[in-house]
Design a binder for this molecule. Structure first.
Ligand SMILES: CCCCCCCCCCCCC/C=C/C(=O)SCCNC(=O)CCNC(=O)[C@H](O)C(C)(C)COP(=O)(O)OP(=O)(O)OC[C@H]1O[C@@H](n2cnc3c(N)ncnc32)[C@H](O)[C@@H]1OP(=O)(O)O
Length: 719
C-alpha cells in the first residue's frame, strides 16, 4: 500500500499505492508510517519524496472507511510524524491532492506540483471538515481569508493558483517525481524549523471578529441548514485565535460532531450515488459495462428556443461539431446571437477561447443529413414532435441516434414515427441546459442498449450527471414533482398561504419554496402541460366540480391565476407580487390572500391551521411514495438514481441526500404511518395510498437504503 525505494543515491521515495486514487485507507497510513521509519533510519538518505502511483498523488481519506470502524494509525498522527521528520520531506503532487491528500502534503516541508494538478480541501462537500490538521495548517500557510474560501467551498485550485496562493513552492511541466527528487536534493541538510507549518504564527487581519462574523453570515445563508460549512468557519477561527495544539483539539471536537451527523451520511451517500448512476442498468439486463456507445463526431439540434440554445452551447463547449436548425429565420438569427453570447461569456469565465466556429446554423432540416446524433428540442407538443421525428427519419443517414428533449411525453410514440425505433432515446435536459448538471436519459421499450450508452456517454462529455430512466409520463423527476406541486395547491385550499408553505420548505433546505419557484419558472409552463393532459379546463358539460378531474381531487388554483394573466415574475404577479414585470423580489400580495379566501368560500372550504410539519409531510411524502412506485415499476434502477435526479435537477438540499435517502432517515415505518393517515383524511387523492414496495420494505424490517434493491422485485421490461 506504500512502497519505499532509494533514488539518485540519497533520496528516499515513498509511493502511495491504492488504486484508483491512492485513498488513505488504514493499510496506506500504516504503510506510510513504516516506510517513513525506513527512510529516516537509512543513513544514505538525506531527504525524502512522497508521491502517488499512476500519476495521482492522493484523493484523500478513504471515504468508504467512514462508515466502518476505523483502524490503523490516525491520519493526524501520520502527518505529525512527517512534519516532525529530521530530513526534508517533499510532496510530489500529480493528478490530485485532495482532502487528506493535501493535508498530507501540508505536513511535508516542501511541495511541488505538476501544472495540471488540482488541489483542494473538499471535505465540506462530504459533510466534514479537513480534520487532519488542514483547518490549522492552511490558514497559517496562506492566510485566513484564502483558507476560509477553500475550506468552506471545497473548491479545487489548479497548480498555478496553488502557487500564487503559496500552497505549493514550485510548479513543473515535466515529470513531477523527477523534479521533486531534484528539489529534495537541493534542500538536503538545510534547517527545517522554518518549514514546519504547524509552528507558523497565523497572520491575524486587524478586523478578525468582523471577518469571521461576515463569513459566518455568508456560509449560513449559502448553506441553508448544512452544518459542515459552519463548523469549517469555527475551525479556522480556532486557527486564528488559539495555539496550534489547542486548535487541533478544537478541529477534532468539531469533526466528531460532523462525523456522526446524518448530514455527513447523506452527503457521503450522495458522493457514491453520483458515481453509481453512471453504472446504469435496465430491467431487461442491458448494462453500462456490456453496451458500447456509438461514435459521435457531429450532433444536430432541432429547435432553438430556450432549451435548444442551451443544449447547443453545452455541445459546442465539448468541442463537438454542432448543426443548429431553426426553421423560423428571425428565431434563427436571435438564437445565433444568444448562443454566441453565452459561449463568449462561458469562455471568458473559464479563461479559454470561445468555440463559436464549432456551430453551423441553418433554417433547413436537410443540413443535419450527416449528423451522428440529433437532439430534437422543439415546442412540447406531441403532434409537432411526431412530425419532426418523421422528418428526421427521412433526412438522417442510417444509424443516426435520434434523441428528444421532451420533459414528459412518451418517447415510444416518437420512436414509432421512425424506421429504427431502437435508435430513439430521450435526453431530458434541465433549464438552463448549459448550466444545470442533470440529464435524464430515457429509454423506451425498443431503445437499444447502444443508444442508451451513447446518450449517457454524450452526457458525460457535456459534464452532466446522467441518469438512465424508463419511459413513463414525466419520467422520474417531473412525475414526482407533479404530486409535490399538487399537494402544495391542496394546502392552499385547506388554509395555508404561499408564504407559509414556502417558509416550511425553505427551512427544510430548499433554495426556494414551491410557490417562489413556480413564479420564477412561470406559471404558464405547468398550465400548458395541464391543458395538454386535459386537466386545465373545467368539464362544464359533464357538470363536474372544478375541483374534481378524471375522478380525483384537483386544484384549479394555478389555472385560475393564469386565466388572470398572472404568470409569475415575468408578468410581475403570480403567487407573490413583484415591483415590475421581470422583478425578482417577491412580496406578499394582499390580492392573492383575498382571492384564496373567496375561492374557499365559493367551494365551501373552511380554512384550518396548517403547520410546517404537515407541509413537509404532505409535499415530501407524497413525492417519496411516488418514488417507491417508480422503483417498483423499474423506471429507476435504484433509490440512488432518484436521489441524484432530485439533488442535481430539482435543487433538493444536498445535505438531506435526496427524497429516498430522506425517507430512510425519517424511518420507513413513520413515512408509511403518515401516508396512511393522510390517505384516510384525503380519500379523493389516490396517490396518497402507500405504495406496496414501501409496505414490503417496512415488513422486511426497514433495511437501510443500500439494501432496498434486494427487496425490489425485478419488474418485466421489453428492452
Ligand atoms: C465517533 C467517531 C469520531 C471520528 C473522528 C474523526 C476521525 C476521522 C478523521 C479523519 C480525518 C480525515 C480528514 C480527511 C478527510 C478526507 O480526505 S475526505 C475525502 C476528501 N477527498 C475527496 O473528497 C475526493 C473525492 N474524490 C474525487 O473528487 C474524485 O474521485 C477524484 C479524486 C477527483 C477522481 O475523479 P475521477 O477521475 O472522475 O474518478 P471517480 O469516478 O470520481 O473516482 C474513481 C473511483 O474512486 C473512488 N474514490 C474517489 N475518491 C475516493 C476516496 N477519497 N475514498 C474512497 N474512494 C474514492 C470513487 O468512488 C470511484 O469508485 P468506483 O465508482 O467504485 O470506481
Amino acid at each position: 500500500m506504500a512502497q519505499y525505494s532509494r533514488v539518485s543515491g540519497t533520496v528516499g521515495l515513498i509511493t502511495l499505492q491504492n488504486p484508483p486514487v491512492n485513498a488513505l485507507c488504514a493499510a496506506v497510513r500504516q504503510g506510510i508510517v513504516e516506510m517513513l521509519k525506513k527512510a529516516l533510519s537509512d543513513s544514505k538518505v538525506k531527504s525524502v519524496v512522497i508521491c502517488g502511483q499512476n500519476g495521482i498523488f492522493c484523493g484523500g481519506a478513504d471515504i468508504k472507511e467512514f462508515g466502518m470502524n476505523m483502524s490503523g494509525p490516525p491520519l493526524v498522527q501520520v502527518i505529525h510524524a512527517i512534519e516532525d521528520a529530521n530530513k526534508p520531506m517533499v510532496a510530489a503532487i500529480e493528478g490530485v491532492a485532495l482532502g487528506g491528500g493535501l493535508e498530507l502534503a501540508l505536513g511535508c516541508h516542501y511541495r511541488i506540483a505538476h501544472s495540471k494538478a488540482r488541489l483542494g480541501l473538499p471535505e465540506v462537500i462530504l459533510g466534514l471538515l479537513p480534520a487532519a490538521g488542514g483547518t490549522q495548517r492552511l490558514p497559517r500557510l496562506i492566510g485566513v481569508p484564502a483558507a476560509l474560501d477553500l475550506i468552506t467551498t471545497g473548491r479545487h485550485v489548479i497548480a498555478a493558483e496553488a502557487l500564487q496562493l503559496g500552497i505549493v513552492d514550485q510548479v513543473t511541466d515535466h515529470k513531477t517525481v523527477d523534479a521533486a527528487v531534484k528539489l529534495a536534493q537541493s534542500v538536503a541538510g538545510k534547517p527545517l524549523d522554518a518549514r514546519r507549518i504547524s509552528t507558523y504564527p497565523c497572520a491575524r487581519p486587524s478586523d478578525l471578529d468582523a471577518l469571521f462574523e461576515g463569513e459566518m453570515q455568508k456560509v449560513r445563508q449559502r448553506a441553508r441548514g448544512a452544518i459542515a460549512p459552519v463548523a469549517c468557519v469555527q475551525a479556522v477561527q480556532a486557527a486564528a485565535t488559539l495555539p496550534y495544539t489547542q486548535g487541533i483539539e478544537r478541529e477534532k471536537e468539531l469533526m466528531v460532531t460532523l462525523f456522526t451527523s446524518g448530514q455527513a451520511r447523506a452527503l457521503q451517500y450522495l458522493f457514491f450515488s453520483q458515481r453509481a448512476v453512471s453504472k446504469w442498468s435496465t430491467p431487461s439486463g442491458a448494462r453500462w459495462d456490456t453496451s458500447k456507445p456509438g461514435p459521435i463526431h457531429k450532433v444536430a439540434v432541432i429547435g432553438l428556443g430556450t432549451m435548444g440554445r442551451g443544449i447547443t452551447v453545452a455541445l459546442a463547449q465539448t468541442g463537438l461539431s454542432v448543426v443548429a436548425v431553426e426553421t423560423q429565420e428571425k428565431q434563427l438569427m436571435g438564437a445565433k446571437k444568444a448562443v454566441s453570447n453565452m459561449l463568449e461569456q462561458g469562455a471568458k469565465r473559464r479563461g479559454v477561447a470561445p468555440t463559436l466556429d464549432k456551430i453551423s446554423y441553418s433554417p433547413n432540416i436537410q443540413a443535419i443529413a450527416d449528423a451522428d446524433l440529433v437532439i430534437e428540442a422543439v415546442f412540447e407538443d406531441m403532434a409537432l414532435k411526431k412530425q419532426v421525428f418523421q422528418q428526421l427519419a427521412a433526412v438522417c443517414k442510417p444509424g443516426t441516434f435520434l434523441c428528444t428533449n421532451t420533459s414528459s411525453l412518451d418517447v415510444d410514440q416518437l420512436a414509432s414515427q421512425t424506421r429504427s425505433p431502437e435508435l430513439v432515446v430521450g435526453m431530458h435536459f434541465f433549464a438552463p441546459a448549459h448550466v444545470m448538471k442533470l440529464l435524464e436519459v430515457v429509454y423506451g421499450p425498443r431503445t437499444s442498449p447502444q443508444a442508451v450508452a451513447t446518450a449517457m456517454e454524450l452526457g458525460k462529455k457535456m459534464g452532466k450527471v446522467s441518469v438512465a430512466v424508463g419511459n413513463c409520463q414525466g419520467f422520474v423527476g417531473n412525475r414526482m414533482l407533479k404530486l409535490y406541486l399538487e399537494q402544495a395547491f391542496f394546502l392552499l385550499e385547506e388554509g395555508a398561504t404561499p408564504e407559509l408553505v414556502d417558509r416550511a420548505l425553505e427551512e427544510f433546505g430548499f433554495a426556494m419554496g414551491v410557490f417562489r419557484m413556480s413564479d420564477l419558472s412561470g406559471l404558464d409552463v405547468g398550465w400548458k402541460v395541464r391543458k395538454g393532459l386535459m386537466l386545465g379546463e373545467t368539464d362544464v358539460s359533464s357538470g363536474q366540480s372544478a375541483r374534481i378531474r378524471q375522478g380525483c381531487r384537483y386544484s384549479p388554483l394555478g389555472d385560475l391565476l393564469c386565466e388572470q394573466g398572472r404568470f409569475g415574475q415575468k408578468t410581475g404577479q403570480g403567487w407573490y407580487q413583484y415591483d415590475k414585470p421581470g422583478g425578482r423580489v417577491a412580496s406578499s400580495d394582499p390580492w392573492l390572500h383575498s382571492f384564496l379566501e373567496s375561492y374557499r368560500a365559493k367551494h365551501g372550504l373552511v380554512a384550518r391551521h396548517i403547520d410546517h410539519q404537515e407541509v413537509l409531510e404532505r409535499c415530501l411524502y407524497a413525492m417519496i411514495n411516488e418514488g417507491f412506485r417508480i422503483l417498483e415499476e423499474g423506471i429507476a434502477a435504484g433509490p440512488e438514481d432518484i436521489d441524484v435526479i432530485y439533488v442535481f435537477g430539482y435543487s433538493w438540499p444536498r445535505h438531506r441526500g435526496g427524497p429516498m435517502f430522506y425517507a430512510d432517515m425519517v424511518g420507513l415505518a413513520k413515512v408509511l404511518e403518515r401516508l396512511e393517515h393522510y390517505q384516510q383524511a384525503h380519500p379523493d387523492v389516490p396517490y396518497l395510498q402507500p405504495c406496496s414496495l414501501l409496505r414490503r420494505l417496512v415488513a422486511s424490517g426497514s433495511p437501510p437504503i443500500q439494501r432496498w434493491r434486494e427487496v425490489i422485485k425485478k419488474p418485466h421490461s421489453q428492452l
